[in-house]
Design a binder for this molecule. Sequence first.
Ligand code: TRP
Ligand code: SF4
Length: 326
Amino acid sequence: MEKVDVLSGIQPTGLAHIGNYLGALRNWVSLQESKRCFYCVVDLHALTTLPKGKELRRSSLEMAKVLMACGVDPERSALFLQSAVPGHTDLAWAFQCMTPMGDLSRMTQFKDKSADQPKNINAGLFTYPVLQAADILIYRAGEVPVGEDQVQHLELAREIARRFNRTYRNLFPEPQPCLTKAPRILGLDGTKKMSKSQNNHIPLLATPPQLQKLVGKAVTDPQRVRRDDPGRPEICNVFSLHGHFSRPEEVQTVETDCRSAALGCVDCKRRLAENMAQSLEPIRTKAEALEQEPERLLDALSDGAKRAGAVAKHTMDKVRNATGLA
Ligand code: TRP
Ligand code: SF4
C-alpha cells in the first residue's frame, strides 16, 4: 500500500515571515533531499477564520508561491492545496465519528483560537485537529515536521490511527512528529514568538528598504539607554537574528563591540538588515520570477494535487471498505 515519508501543512493566513522560514520551511526544503515529501497549503483549515471574498484563494496561492520560492521543488515533492484533494474531508468525517468530544476540548490550539475569535467559535475550529489527522493519515505519512505547538495535535492523530486500526482494520501507521532543532524566532518586540497576528513579524519577501525599516523598530537591550552604555547581546533579539543571518566572524565582532559600546544599536541593526536582505535575496528573486509566470505555479499545484489525489483515493477506497461504506 502506498505511503509517503513526510507530510506537512501550512496555513495560508498571513504572509510567510522569517520565523516560518527558519523554523519550518527551510527544513521542508532539506527533507526533500532524501525523502518522498507531500506539502500542502491547508486552505480548509483557514476557512475556520471566515476569510472574506476571494481572500482565501489569493492567500493560498501566495503561500504556495512562497513555498516554491523557498525551494520546495514541485518535481520532487507534491505541492498542493488541501481543498484540491477531496479525500481529506471524507476521511476527516470518518475520523470525527470516532473521536470523543472530550479529546477535542482538551486541545490548547482550540482554546487559543477561540480566544482569538470569540465571536466565531465554530464547529470547524473544534474539529480542526481531526481534519489535520486526516491530512496526515490519508497519505499514511511516517513523519510530520511540525513545531512544538503542534505536538498535541500529532498525539491526537496517533490516537485516531490506533482507534481506527482497533475498531476496523489495521490501515494506518502512527505518524511521528519530527521536531527540528528549529530556533524559536522572537518578533520585533523581542519577547513574543514572531507571528503575523502579533504584528511583530518580518515578511520573508520584504524589500531591502522595508527590512531596514522593520529591523530599525526592533527592541534591543532596554538597559542601553545612551549610545555609550555597554550592551548585553545575550538578551538582545537583534543579536540572535545576527546569529541567523550574519557570518560567524561578524557575529563575533557584533558581540564584542556591543559589550564595549564600540557598536551602537543603529549601526548594528543596519548591518543586520543588510545581511538579511542579502540572504533572502534568492527567495525574493524566485518569488518575483514566479509572479511573472503564474501558470508555473498553477501547473505545479495541479500536478501536486493529482499525485496526492491518487494516494488519497487509494486510502479512501480501503477506508470505505473497512467501515462498510462500500
Ligand atoms: N495545524 C497546523 C498549524 O497550525 C497546520 C496543519 C494543518 C498541519 N494540517 C497539517 C501541519 C498536517 C502538519 C500536518 O501549523
Ligand atoms: Fe542589540 Fe546590537 Fe544594540 Fe547590542 S548593539 S544591544 S546586539 S542592537
